[in-house]
Write a protein that binds this ligand. Sequence first.
Ligand code: NCD
Length: 304
Amino acid sequence: MRHLMKPLDFTTEELDQLFDLADDIQKNRAKYAHACDGKILATCFYEPSTRTRLSFESAMLSLGGQVLGFASADSSSAAKGESVADTIRTVSCFADICAMRHPKEGAPMVAASKSRIPVINAGDGGHEHPTQTLTDLMTIRSLKGRLDNFTIGFCGDLKFGRTVHSLVHALMRYDNIHFVFISPEELRIPSYVREELREANIPFEEVIDLESAIGNLDLLYMTRVQRERFFNEEDYVRLKDFCILTKAKMKKARPDMLVLHPLPRVNEISVEVDDDPRAVYFDQVQYGRFVRMALILTLLEIKV
Ligand code: NCD
């Protein structure tokens, strides 16, 4: 039995197979409509979510399966003090696969160690978010036709942004990726990630100003400042608007630069950018559903 805790749990070959499967699902929906008949997905979400939870649910329903779960810690026995380990033992009796989001780093890993069903990390604190990475890679591969030879800029909250950490880890394995980290000092990419890049001899730059960096990028990955992970509101208020992508800044970008964002957007991308054909953050949502369908089939070892 396999779980998905971090993007590196799959080899690059396995990722290719997963994306090929997601492509096939997208093109031949009817072929997969009953692939999960009789199967149940549990979504155990101890933290807010719109896209991740709904896209998992939509994915399972589109495969003919069913879903159950909870959307907040308050509505589960966590509110009574139950541990994640005990909860997953219970969920294992009711479902065939579980997607779990938790504010504590490592909680889905604890669940996986006690689980009788595959567990998918749907985001653990400021740590990792592997299925967003699958979505991001699938989007890049579909729209650019490759996952290597890029200069990619990450802009925003690189300290707490788990989608950033997971995507950097995943991209480190592809050839000729140049990373540009754009953030204020307080929200720099964590030192352990910088260390990993140095050890792997992968070039990266850290800059504060998006405007001067944007012209060199093939991909720009924007993120929101993660208010819920700040220790005090004052710091959040001071940092939340440090960088906003506007139409004027997009004028300095390459004509084929893609703008990605895991969403939700607060105000780091001005709505005037949404109509720019290079803005693909709502396309990502669609890819996310197909790649999660492919993931469910893969972890349940269902061949169609
Ligand atoms: C992200 C997350 O939960 O980390 N959202 C998502 O799942 N698409 C990004 C965020 O909350 O900023």
